[in-house]
Design a binder for this molecule. Sequence first.
Ligand code: GDP
Ligand code: MG
Length: 169
Amino acid sequence: NQGLVAIVGRPNVGKSTLFNRLTKTNNAIIHNRPGVTRDRLYGTVTSVDEDGSGYSIIDTGGFETKDLYYQPFAKNIVWEQTEMAIEEADVVLMVLDAKAGLHPHDRELVQYLHKLEKRVIYVANKVDGQEQTPAMWEFYELGLDHIYNCSAAHNRGVWDLACAIEDEL
Ligand code: GDP
Ligand code: MG
């Protein structure tokens, strides 16, 4: 496989944790405080087929709201980075937080991605146990075809997600 995947989503949903899982590195800084990743961070993922192939992946700083971007004196560097990552990506991996539930900024980003007609994989992260979290029901409001579940921190569902990404590439 070849191609480029961009991981996007609100701050603190677990993008960097997922990036580290997929790249099998600790290159992305994980923080319990939003807004730590600002630049785009590039990594390489080895194919699940272990045939020597792989693809590139970008971790982004986190989508807050693109409206900030248009304020002349508060140019939103983080959104600018996210926008560039989305533009260059073949597949976008949008991460939702299954503990936090649906946030207005999730909705805004979903709408933005729909307009671009990019291939998007949606994943609800922080599904640490077997059970669906109560907050996850809120994601059905987004009307998406499918939402993968995973726990990047506990390495649950990451294999299935990795397979889904490769199918899209
Ligand atoms: P980012 O801002 O989207 O890059 O999020 P991070 O990867 O930095 O993670 C933000 C916080 O969520 C950190 O405290 C992580 O340890 C935590 N986190 C990430 N993935 C999971 C998960 O699967 N389950 C739980 N419970 N916490 C997670
Ligand atoms: Mg991060």
